[in-house]
Design a protein around this ligand. Structure first.
Ligand SMILES: Nc1nc2c(ncn2[C@@H]2O[C@H](COP(=O)(O)OP(=O)(O)OP(=O)(O)O)[C@@H](O)[C@H]2O)c(=O)[nH]1
Ligand SMILES: [Mg+2]
Length: 249
């Protein structure tokens, strides 16, 4: 993307009261970058913190307060629907727990110059993970291997949530057909994009484990991750949606 590329970063939040202002301040230091916070009625009051940030950075930070069933996938779908037709070049996804370094955002946005999707990757040369116990590293490594073997995706880091999309590539995904919610939602997006021929690049990042707040990694989310790759290949055409539209003459 050109230096003047306009980007919006969608950040789903659930109990991130302490982390959110730090992330927002760091993102606001990047010119041309806006932020959409998608809060799921966090019991810790993250929604009110988000509203205060939106008032402080009027026109650059916006908040979507969700009602009903909470979930990472649902939050992303609602957030994407809200912004996907806006006049931006790039739409990004990022966790709020400061695991994803905002300093890497320009590199990810720049990578979308020659790609449809740039993934912040722990598993390419130059990528790293800080503060994860061996058990967690092994789980993530295994999850990625499992996904790659079952789905034949060529991506090294299929489960990371730090991504920048060329707006048109994101708009082409069949969001209404996505069925998964936890990490699996990220895998499902990737699978759909790859199936549509999206050009995917991985940009090395150093992932830092959260220091504040709690992980939402649950048994249900893990169970879903086991099943999802098989469901994706079993329902291949549904997950990928109709092929790219042929341009009209
Ligand atoms: N809106 C919304 N956001 C969520 C939900 N669950 C998690 N999040 C957010 O999604 C991001 C990633 O969640 P984490 O709890 O860090 O999950 P994780 O990164 O997979 O797990 P850790 O590596 O242990 O931190 C964070 O910004 C969370 O606040 C949810 O149900 N709704
Ligand atoms: Mg996290």
């Amino acid at each position: 993307m050109t230096p003047a590329a306009r980007a919006i970063v969608i950040v789903p939040t659930y109990n991130e009261r302490e982390n959110l202002p730090i992330l927002a301040a760091a993102l606001m230091r990047h010119p041309g970058v806006d932020m959409l916070i998608v809060d799921d009625q966090s019991p810790d009051g993250t929604g009110a913190v988000a509203d205060a940030l939106a008032r402080e950075h009027r026109g650059r930070i916006e908040v979507l307060h969700r009602a009903g069933d909470r979930g990472l996938g649902r939050s992303y779908i609602d957030g994407i629907r809200l912004v996907v037709d806006r006049p931006v070049d790039v739409i990004c996804q990022m966790d709020c727990d400061l695991s994803h370094d905002p300093e890497r955002l320009p590199a990810l946005i720049a990578a979308v110059e020659d790609a449809d999707l740039a993934i912040g990757s722990r598993y390419v040369p130059g990528g790293a993970i800080v503060n994860w116990p061996a058990r967690r590293r092994l789980l993530s490594r295994f999850a990625n291997l499992y996904i790659r073997v079952v789905t034949r995706l060529q991506v090294r880091d299929c489960t990371g949530g730090y991504r920048c999309w060329r707006r048109e590539a994101l708009a082409a995904l069949p969001l209404d057909r996505f069925a998964s919610d936890g990490y699996s939602f990220l895998v499902e997006m990737l699978y759909a994009a790859a199936g549509r021929g999206a050009r995917i690049v991985e940009v090395p990042i150093t992932f830092v484990e959260r220091r504040q707040g709690e992980s939402k990694l649950s048994a249900a989310v893990l169970a879903e991750s086991v099943v999802t790759p098989w469901r994706l290949i079993a329902t291949k055409s549904a997950a990928q949606g109709p092929g790219p539209r042929t341009p009209s003459p």
